[in-house]
Design a binder for this molecule. Structure first.
Ligand code: AMP
Length: 217
């Protein structure tokens, strides 16, 4: 299966992506995680985009398309993958389309701006894996520590409230138009999911929609 998981920052797509990838044994390809790994390793790409990412701006299309294309060529992606955080602009969606990689479904999670601000400002992540926690909605077993590795959790620079507003503005301007872009081309592949409720309830809704889609095709 090749899946795009799409939605505003803080819609819970990172968490849902991880659960789906664990269930279906496929790699989660998050362009945000790839960029954060470059920053943590101090690579030229990391150094070039660190400030931009901390400020909540989008990395230029050409460079993110190149990073993603390279990642999708890896052996672990040959049997399928889940894209989290890509595409984020119509230009990126067009590039994916032109690459000839056929996507099976696009899961679109919706959440109000108000809920996003509450969620993101309390979000903690495990940097190496991209696992996401929230003290209220998805707490780690031990406070401030990753469930799997026991390593400390960190708060993202771009999860500060002023930056969240900027990211939401950019989302509405650059990324939201993708919904109609996909609806016009592949309405049959688009799955709408309301991102409200517990992590498990949303996961169940996604799994049910995937089964329904499978049965319909
Ligand atoms: P994320 O972890 O998906 O929220 O991504 C964190 C940040 O990385 C974003 O706010 C952007 O600065 C950058 N980024 C991640 N994916 C993309 C993308 N597809 N296009 C442009 N910038 C991206």
């Amino acid at each position: 299966m090749r899946i795009i998981l799409f939605g505003p920052p803080g819609s819970g797509k990172g968490t849902q992506a991880q659960l789906l990838c664990n269930k279906f044994h496929m790699p989660k390809i998050s362009t945000g995680d790839i960029l954060r790994a470059h920053i943590a390793d101090g690579t030229p790409i990391g150094q070039k985009f660190e400030k931009m990412i901390a400020a909540g701006q989008l990395v230029p299309d050409e460079e993110i398309i190149a990073l993603l294309t390279e990642r999708l060529q890896a052996v672990d992606c040959q049997g399928g993958f889940l894209l989290d955080g890509f595409p984020r602009t119509v230009k990126q969606a067009e590039a994916l389309d032109k690459s000839g990689i056929l996507i099976d479904c696009i899961i679109y999670i919706t959440v109000s701006d108000e809920d996003i601000i509450t969620r993101l400002s309390g979000r903690w992540i495990h940097l190496a894996s991209g696992r996401v926690y929230h003290p209220e909605f998805n707490p780690p077993k031990v406070p401030n520590v990753d469930d799997v590795t026991g390593e400390p959790l960190v708060q993202r620079e771009d999860d500060k409230e002023a930056v969240i507003h900027r990211r939401l503005q950019i989302y509405h301007r650059e990324t939201e138009p993708l919904v109609n872009w996909y609806r016009e081309r592949w309405a049959d592949k688009l799955i709408d999911i309301a991102g409200l409720g517990s992590v498990q309830a949303i996961q169940n809704a996604i799994l049910k929609a995937l089964v329904n889609k499978e049965q319909a095709s």
